[in-house]
Design a protein around this ligand. Structure first.
Ligand SMILES: NC(=O)c1ccc[n+]([C@@H]2O[C@H](COP(=O)([O-])OP(=O)(O)OC[C@H]3O[C@@H](n4cnc5c(N)ncnc54)[C@H](OP(=O)(O)O)[C@@H]3O)[C@@H](O)[C@H]2O)c1
Length: 513
């Protein structure tokens, strides 16, 4: 039996249902009306939509501004901002003043050197091989001292690669600033190239590509003992940890100090993303047991999708979407963080390099490129020197037999009859001829050898020894060997795209296209 209260509740419930139905019907009617209105007035609807979007956009902008202002305030307060905030904040220029300051300092070095170079070109360049002192002798040493024992005699007046007639090439750095003016010479021998950053790079490096695990530790120690002070490393070579152990042994045994070495690292293609660059650099530094790089390069001008820092991409690669300049900006930031002293690129063709030069705030110190007697790359070399960009030659021996077997049907330049004839005439080896050909053009060389005798043989080319000097005529003969084609001494990423979404031909995509 229902109580009066229960009856009242039931009545109220029924009333609620009725009221809800009423509202529902009203809603449906309104919706129908709105539908009819919208169909009859499409322009009005578009206008309303646009207004709604505009309001929303403004709101988003306001929120973003508030967030930026907050970060700026935090920075101004001197509070430490998190890594994530740093990344966001630099987009609005919080770190900008630091970068500007550094760029200004480095540009000043370039300006000073330009002035010195102009003065030197007025008085004429002094061949360090035929004199005991040069204009460079009095220059203040920079923060990367080079070992006396590593000084060699590579420069010659034949390296006049940037004649004044090409001075229209550059606004900022006159073409008279050719390699000779940047070669640091003492007592008549040349040991180093002064980079745009102001630091000195020894003109002969020890290359570490294809020095396999198990052998590279000894190779690096032997190279240090043989007098090498410049080491060319890269994450993709897969041997950083072992090289790190060798450096550690050399430092702890007192064979050499960290400051005496010049160590280069390279950012791999799959680590170009702005959030990854610093991490990749840290990873390599940790592998090598170092706390800074002397030079860090973008290994190739191509971004691939990230595959993990410890697992760099190779094969079936997919193009990434990070613009090269964004990756460069990260390197600039790492300079301000003192993780690297000088920054540069590798395998950049002339036009891409110029594009970078027009945008770089911290000067581009180096372009590491494949160049040897079969691939002289005169335009690119001259462009670099006209912009005070040091050229370092990878695969300076054309990769030796290794490349002949691995990448090309061409014979090794070490067996070329012209090279062999010049070597015989000087009573030196074909490898030494190939290295002298580059050194005398003002190019820094990075030969690799796992054999101690060859390491010494190669290094002998930077020791003052008049029998090594190639004449102008011999230089011309060697220039004549240029095949104007890449000898494909790299593990050219041509095949690396095969099977991937960015493989546009059956053969793959040539990175040098
Ligand atoms: N940035 C890049 O993309 C890139 C690409 C390639 C290389 N690199 C750098 O450049 C360095 C050198 O390049 P690379 O190793 O390809 O080529 P390379 O130095 O031109 O040639 C190395 C080959 O030549 C042999 N060799 C060395 N000295 C010799 C001599 N005196 N007489 C006869 N043969 C000799 C070596 O064999 P043994 O070891 O048996 O002596 C090795 O097979 C690399 O180690 C790496 O650091 C950079």
């Amino acid at each position: 039996m229902s109580t009066p209260a229960a009856t009242a509740a039931a009545t109220t419930g029924t009333g609620k249902v009725r009221a809800m139905d009423k509202f529902k019907n009203l809603g449906l009617q309104l919706k129908e009306k709105a539908q009819i209105y919208m169909e009859a007035n499409p322009e009005k609807v578009e206008e309303m939509k646009a207004q709604a979007f505009e309001t929303l956009r403004k709101k988003i902008d306001e929120e973003a501004e508030k967030e930026e202002a907050m970060k700026l305030a935090l920075e101004a307060d001197g509070k430490k901002i998190s890594k994530g905030e740093q990344f966001k904040a630099k987009a609005v220029g919080v770190l900008q003043p630091q970068i500007e300051k550094l760029a200004e300092k480095q540009q000043q070095v370039v300006a000073e050197q330009t002035a010195a170079a102009t003065a030197a070109s007025d008085t004429g360049f002094v061949d360090p091989e035929t004199t005991t002192t040069t204009d460079d002798d009095d220059e203040t040493p920079t923060a990367t001292p080079t070992d006396e024992s590593s000084r060699g005699g590579c420069a010659s007046s034949t390296a006049a690669v940037a004649p004044s007639s090409t001075s229209t090439l550059s606004e900022s750095v006159p073409a008279s600033l050719s390699t000779e003016q940047n070669l640091v010479s003492k007592n008549g021998v040349t040991s180093a190239y002064r980079l745009a950053s102001g630091y000195e790079m020894p003109v002969m490096a020890y290359g570490t590509f294809r020095s396999s695990a198990g052998e590279v530790y000894n190779c690096v120690l032997e190279a240090i003992k043989a007098g090498y002070r410049h080491f060319d490393c890269a994450h993709i070579y897969g041997n950083e940890q072992e090289i790190g152990k060798a450096f550690h042994s050399a430092f702890s045994e007192g064979i050499v100090t960290r400051e005496e070495l010049f160590i280069t690292g390279k950012l791999w293609n799959s680590d170009h993303d702005v959030m990854i660059v610093e991490q990749a650099m840290d990873h390599s530094l940790s592998n090598l047991q170092l706390d800074y790089f002397d030079l860090y390069l973008i290994h190739f001008p191509v971004a691939w999708t990230h595959t993990g820092i410890a697992t760099p991409g190779w094969g079936q690669s997919q193009l990434g979407d990070t613009p090269l300049i964004d990756t460069w900006r990260e390197l600039e930031r790492c300079v301000t963080l003192k993780k690297v002293r000088s920054i540069g690129v590798s395998n950049y063709p002339l036009l891409l390099l110029h594009d970078l030069v027009t945008q770089a705030r911290v000067p581009v110190s180096c372009n590491q490129i494949e160049t040897h007697v079969y691939y002289t790359r005169e335009s690119l070399v001259k462009y670099c020197l006209s912009r005070h960009i040091c050229v370092t030659a990878h695969s300076p021996l054309g990769g030796g037999k290794a490349n002949e077997e691995q990448y090309t049907h061409l014979t090794s330049p070490l067996e070329d009859p012209v090279v062999v004839a010049i070597a015989t005439a000087h009573n030196i080896t074909p490898a030494q001829v190939c290295l002298r050909f580059l050194l005398q053009r003002g190019i820094v060389v990075l030969p690799k050898s796992s054999q101690v005798l060859r390491m010494k043989e190669n290094r002998q080319t930077v020791v003052a020894d008049p029998t090594m000097h190639l004449s102008e005529e011999e230089m011309q003969q060697l220039h004549g060997l240029d095949k104007y084609q890449s000898y494909k001494t790299n593990p050219n990423p041509l095949a690396s795209f095969v099977g991937g979404p960015d493989c546009f031909t059956q053969e793959g995509t040539d990175i040098f296209d």
